[in-house]
Design a protein around this ligand. Structure first.
Ligand code: 13P
Length: 262
């Protein structure tokens, strides 16, 4: 079987302004050729999607640099009276190929349940967007030895009812909540163990071939100096990067570790 794709995404969260978003995009696009073998996705704040698309010279979702565009969140509804929301079709319309769903900040600060994440995932897939579905345990859950149970419940709930073909198109991001924005990265062994569990669960939800194709990213304080050991793990296929994605050099350095890991 062909090697799994490697994908590194930058989640800019609610940071930067227009000029900084364009400058960062240009920096990433200029260096992307040095990371061949790894796909790069930029997920800017929604109001800057078009500016980033223009800086990437996107046409039909493709750019000369190969870097693609993703949303940070979307509605589970296709259109209508949902003030402040953005539909999957709108993300596609401005050049997105993917969208982060169920990020822990959405789950904890905005009340997103597995059920909501599941509806959004289905809406993304139906529209032709690649969902990047986030899961991860809190520090308390880890300390209570409940990591496997919590992550497995999130996977089962968030991906319920997806066909094997849809699962194969879905990216999963394992982001332990205690590692997000804290500088505390999971050890490669901790991350690998959860990634392997997720892949096992995907095999039971679909089949072993499908599970072997699914890209599972790690997220949580990924930096240039810890990316290589994470990338060396057999079930870590990429990264979802927060803080370090705000600097082109750091983001590219992280990506280059995943490019070099094969
Ligand atoms: P940090 O890389 O800043 O820890 O954020 C991780 C994250 O939440 C990416 O989605």
């Amino acid at each position: 079987m062909a090697a799994r794709r490697r994908i590194v995404a930058g989640n800019w969260k609610m940071n930067l302004d227009h000029a900084a978003a364009v400058a960062l995009t240009e920096g990433v696009a200029a260096g992307a050729a040095g990371c061949s073998g790894v796909e790069l996705i930029l997920c800017p704040p929604a109001v800057y999607l078009e500016a980033v698309a223009a800086a990437l010279q996107l046409a039909d979702g493709n750019s000369p640099s190969g870097v693609t565009l993703g949303g940070q969140n979307m509605s589970d509804q296709p259109k209508g009276a949902f003030t402040g929301e953005i539909a999957a079709a709108m993300l596609l319309d401005v050049g997105c190929r993917s969208c982060i769903l169920g990020h822990s900040e959405r789950r904890t600060l905005f009340g997103e349940t597995d059920e909501i994440v599941n509806t959004k995932t289905k809406a993304a897939l139906a529209a032709g967007l690649t969902p990047i579905v986030c899961v991860g345990e809190t520090l308390e859950e880890r300390e209570q030895d409940r990591t496997a149970a919590v992550v497995s419940e999130q996977i089962a709930g968030s991906l319920a009812g997806l066909s094997a073909a849809d699962l194969a198109r879905t990216i999963i991001a394992y982001e332990p909540v205690w590692a997000i924005g804290t500088g505390k990265v999971a050890t490669p062994e901790q991350a690998q163990a959860v990634h392997a569990l997720i892949r096992q669960q995907l095999a039971s939800l679909a089949d072993a071939d499908t599970a072997a194709q699914v890209v599972i990213q790690y997220g949580g304080s990924v930096k240039p100096d810890n990316a290589a050991v994470l990338a060396a793990q057999p079930d870590i296929d990429g990264a979802l990067v927060g803080g370090a994605s705000l600097k082109a050099d750091d983001f590219l350095a992280i990506a280059s570790h995943f490019a070099a890991a094969d």
